[in-house]
Design a protein around this ligand. Structure first.
Ligand code: DWN
Length: 403
């Protein structure tokens, strides 16, 4: 067990229990234009707090180094995610009785993949996102956007919202307290907040170590989140499990009117699930690092046995943790493809694997396509087939398997 001078970004306790040390890595979304580019590598070491069990990274890279005018992730490239957002908008409008006078605020609105649906339903929408290039795509869709980091200061300046959505955002926030305080400030009386985040339980259970990268300052569980909400006068009233991003939670939150300790049945059930899994015991976390090493060995073993026969599909941020931690370079994976125009023609950071247009996989026809965006395995397999790829698919996590 390593020691450090760190404090938990949730409860402030000393932070010294290492969950996984993934070695030095470049920033996961820092795709490079030039194969000979000089890159900066930062330590990638995840910790778990022994008091509140929040999994987290120290703030190695500042938010403005990560989220700026050249952010590489555009939510709308994944059609399944847009459909997920469309369904959510319809259901939320009904459940929260939103009408034309209702205000919907999305924090981390990205390219407008979600707010476009609320806008189509006639609501007044506002998106906040610090990445100017993706925010510009949303603005081009006619969505009102503010290019900024969200927190209590910005919240003071915004009109109160009846629904605040923050999907896949918590992980990206170094100052969780200020962010959650901002949510409490920006929420109208009687309004709701909907938070989606990849569930730390699934990360541990499915050995999703590749979701650890500098952009993700924390990896959330309900038992870590509830005290944070309570501290800022908020309470969770509902919890759902979702298949997105490898297994997520959607937590519905509102102002804590009675300041009591009673939880809804859904919240109690979700807490019980986390405790049964052992999220409140350090031993559960100790087992992770060994599984990470075994996943690396299995992936290298597969690629080593199939040199010249495997291409990649997807250049997600998570692939860059996977490739760099495993030491996979073009000798083992000569190329990958991705539907994001911003990534095509670039190289993966660190591993320097070229990224081509999705059609390249069918032109090359390797025996196997390793789906690096394993969370979209079904959608990607269908897309690759529709583009004419005839070989087999393989995913490396949680175990290296041919699908
Ligand atoms: O938290 C984060 C999550 C939610 O999204 C981030 N920090 C950044 C991003 O993580 P990621 O890059 O690992 O996300 P995805 O959604 O797994 O990325 C999928 C990649 O695969 C994208 O580059 C788009 C690409 N893709 C494709 O080329 N064809 C995806 C699909 C479904 C396809 O059919």
């Amino acid at each position: 067990m390593a020691t450090s001078n760190l404090n938990c970004r949730g409860c402030g306790a000393d932070l010294s229990t290492v969950l996984a040390d993934l070695g030095p890595a470049p920033l996961a979304n820092a795709f490079i234009d030039d194969v000979d580019a000089v890159e900066t590598f930062y330590p990638l070491r995840a910790y778990v707090c022994a008091r509140c069990f929040l999994v987290q990274l120290p703030e190695i890279a500042s938010p403005s180094a990560l989220f700026n005018d050249s952010y590489a992730y555009f939510s709308s490239v994944s059609a399944g995610f847009v459909e997920h957002a469309r369904r959510f908008a319809g259901n939320a409008a009904r459940a929260f009785e939103l009408g034309p006078e209702s205000r919907v605020l999305e924090v981390g609105a990205n390219d407008g993949y979600l707010l476009q649906h609320f806008q189509a339903l006639g609501m007044q929408v506002l998106g906040v996102d610090p990445s100017a290039n993706v925010a510009a795509v949303a603005a081009n869709r006619g969505i009102m956007m503010t290019t900024a980091f969200f927190g209590s200061k910005l919240a003071e300046s915004l009109p109160k919202a009846d629904l605040i959505v923050a999907n896949n955002v918590l992980a990206h926030v170094p100052d969780l307290h200020d962010f959650i305080e901002g949510l409490a400030i920006a929420l109208a009386d009687g309004g709701h907040i909907s938070l989606e985040f990849p569930h730390a339980l699934q990360m541990l259970f499915e050995t999703q170590f590749d979701t650890i990268y500098h952009e993700h300052y924390s990896y959330m569980s309900l038992i870590a989140l509830l005290p944070l909400l309570k501290y800022h006068g908020l309470e969770a009233v509902d919890v759902e499990t979702l298949p997105t991003h490898g297994g997520s939670l959607r937590v519905t939150v509102r102002h804590d009117y009675d300041c009591g300790d009673d939880n809804s049945a859904a919240v109690e059930t979700a807490i019980a699930g986390e405790l049964a899994f052992g999220l409140n015991k350090l031993e559960t976390y100790y087992a992770f690092a060994g599984r990470v090493t075994r996943a690396k060995v299995a992936a290298l073993e597969f690629l080593g046995r199939h040199v010249g026969k495997v291409g990649g599909y997807g250049a997600p941020a998570k692939a860059n943790t996977f490739l760099n931690y495993c030491g996979i370079k073009p000798d083992l994976l000569p190329w990958t493809v991705d539907g994001t125009p911003f990534k095509q023609g670039k190289f993966t950071p660190g591993s320097r694997i070229p990224i081509y247009n999705e059609k390249y996989a069918a032109l090359e026809q390797p025996e196997y396509l390793m789906i690096l965006a394993w969370n979209w395995r079904n959608e990607i397999a269908a897309r690759a087939r529709s583009l004419g790829f005839k070989g087999q698919f393989v995913v490396a996590l949680p175990h290296c398997v041919v699908l």
